[in-house]
Design a protein around this ligand. Sequence first.
Ligand code: C5P
Length: 231
Amino acid sequence: MDPRDRLIVALDLPSVDAAQVLVGKLGDAVSFYKIGYQLGYAGGLAFAEKLIGAGKQVFIDLKLHDIGNTVEKGVESIARIGASFLTVHAYPQTMKAAVAGKKGSQLQILAVTVLTSYDDSDVAAAGYRMKVAELAAERAKQAREIGVDGLVCSPEEAGNLRKIVGGNMVLVTPGIRPAGADKGDQKRIMTPAKAIAAGADYLVVGRPITEAADPRAAAQSIVADIKQAKA
Ligand code: C5P
């Protein structure tokens, strides 16, 4: 895979105008963009179609979870716009519906096992008897059995999850920071090269690029780091 295609830039921006400016600055340095809640609910889905029309790949990070029929129909709509990745919460019924909805398209379903903002006490408060690590491992196994294409995980979990899901599922990791970069609110971070070495296939990077004085140079330097990683 071209190292450039392993970098996914998170367009965590308030408007399509702001996203357009950033995408213009990044030019051919970036080929893959992630659209989440903030931009997605502010015209971002129409913008995703525009990006795809311009030859970019798009990851729709709307973390779907609803009754099976609703998930399946929603996934069909996302598949129709030509997106490459879509996240869903890793509940068996939701994952099955998403796999049914993407049938025949190029869309790949990524499951979110347990949100990284959850610790053991949050999971207990939500009514689960398992600890986070156990629940994440159980859901990863279910994702593999159901035929989900990949998982979103922290780079620290990548090695362990790779053992559970084998070589065929893609692992996508946020929490990436180039050496010396501001951590922001991320707690468990890795450099791009280390995350690839830990087993990640794609890296999601937001603020180290979106808030850089020169976003294009920041993206190029991350791609250079990916290039010299030993996967
Ligand atoms: O700015 P930063 O590089 O921290 O952005 C990381 C992106 O990855 C954000 O869009 C964030 O919502 C997303 N993400 C994350 N941790 C997760 C799942 C998604 O940081 N567990």
